[in-house]
Design a protein around this ligand. Structure first.
Ligand code: NAD
Ligand code: UFG
Length: 341
């Protein structure tokens, strides 16, 4: 068990907040750094309510090197989990430089400061998006990456390259690249969850906003994909399972493995229609939808082979689609306006 602190960048965000809860539940000491560009400080209170412990929180931009140096001076940091980043694919096409600066820039600063303070362990939030349009399904970790079509995905590919180079030149570093598939759901308490700005881009928050009456129906983007029912197929993973994957990864890094790369998904492909039907059934709420044209850039199918994470870390998912749908709705129905009180 690490004796010092775990620094969680982006720890007030959707995946970060759930991970901080599980870290505290597992007796890790946590300090969060977040600039609140896509989250609220109130999240820290909610985390405390769930975990009965309060993580330290510092409002700062990870690109602010002096501030980061100060944090490393004040806390004995043994490991970093680096969630901080911008993640909206559409926005990245409009503002590519913002994405390069924020996502790649923050990682570079973080790695420099870690080096200065001799911090050897980092977990990076990568994405299934690095596989682009996958050559085979399910996707294995050693399948090709890099043929991507938007700046957001490019930042993930570039950061993976930086981390792989670092692993080559510094064998004392322990680096975990985690490629997340599609996180949905929320903590059982309904106190933390996903709180997108404006109209959601992703399917599950769109469904929950239809369920609550904020939006009239779901636009199903395309029904002519090469999939079981023609709609897009993805690997939806409960966010708490994903959070627990980070706890397992920290334990793995304690064994000094050098560079490791894991898919974090369920291994199950679910279509858009199947997700809508599962939500309706789990929550007994009707979800009207309309089939429309494809969304540019979307692929047919994307789901993971997750055997490696189980083999090497003993991690596998424990929540199913019913849990995902119930917990997403529990969060949305108790927080119709998200974190806005
Ligand atoms: P999120 O937006 O909820 O959380 C990211 C957090 O980082 C936010 O709280 C934001 O305020 C903060 N942040 C952004 N830039 C920062 C900076 N420069 N300095 C300090 N804080 C900064 O997103 P999330 O869904 O929790 O995603 C977390 C990570 O996982 C991201 O790197 C994302 O790219 C990756 N990821 C997410 C998904 C997904 O579908 N949610 C899938 C694959 C990978
Ligand atoms: N979809 C709809 N209607 C919507 C939203 C989505 O039909 O309103 C469909 C999409 O076409 C796709 C599926 O639902 O077939 C899932 O779409 P999401 O936008 O929820 O998720 P994506 O798989 O497109 O992308 C997400 C994140 C990416 C991340 C990727 C990892 O947005 O940043 O998962 O697998 F890289």
């Amino acid at each position: 068990m690490l004796k010092g602190y775990v620094l969680v960048t982006g720890g007030t965000g959707y995946i970060g907040s759930h991970t901080v809860v599980e870290l505290l539940n597992n007796d890790y000491k946590v300090v969060i750094v977040d600039n609140l560009c896509n989250s609220k400080a109130l999240v820290v209170d909610r985390i405390e309510k769930i975990a009965h412990k309060r993580p330290d929180f510092i409002e700062a931009d990870v690109r602010d090197k002096e501030k980061m140096r100060e944090i490393f001076k004040n806390y004995p940091i043994d490991a970093v989990i680096h969630f901080a980043g911008l993640k909206a694919v559409g926005e990245s096409v409009e503002k590519p430089q913002l994405y390069y600066d924020n996502n790649i820039g923050s990682t570079e600063v973080l790695l420099e400061v870690m080096k200065e303070f001799n911090c050897k362990n980092i977990v990076f939030s990568s994405s299934a998006t690095v596989y682009g349009n996958p050559k085979r399904i399910p996707i294995f970790e050693d399948d090709p990456t890099g043929e991507v079509t938007n700046p957001y995905a490019e930042t993930k590919v570039k950061i993976e390259i930086i981390l792989k180079e670092l692993a080559k030149i510094d064998s004392s570093m322990n680096i975990a690249i985690l490629r997340y598939f599609n996180p949905i759901g929320a903590h059982k308490s309904g106190l933390i969850g996903e709180d997108p700005n404006g109209i959601p881009n992703n399917l599950m928050p769109y469904i929950t906003q239809v369920a609550i009456g904020k939006l009239p129906f779901v636009h199903v983007f395309g029904s002519d994909y090469k999939t079981k029912d023609g709609t897009g197929v993805r690997d939806y993973i409960h966010v708490v399972d994903l959070a627990l994957g980070h706890v397992a990864t920290l334990k793995k890094l304690e064994q000094n493995p050098g560079l490791v790369i894991y898919n974090l998904g369920t291994g199950i492909g679910t279509s858009v229609i199947e997700l809508i039907e599962a939500f309706k059934m789990a929550n007994k709420i009707d979800i009207p939808y309309r089939i429309e044209g494809r969304r540019p850039g979307d692929i047919d199918e994307c789901y993971a082979n997750c055997d490696k994470a189980f083999r090497e870390m003993g991690w596998k998912t424990k929540y199913n689609m019913v849990d995902c749908c119930k917990d997403s709705w529990n969060w949305q129905s108790h927080n119709p306006k998200g974190y806005e009180e």
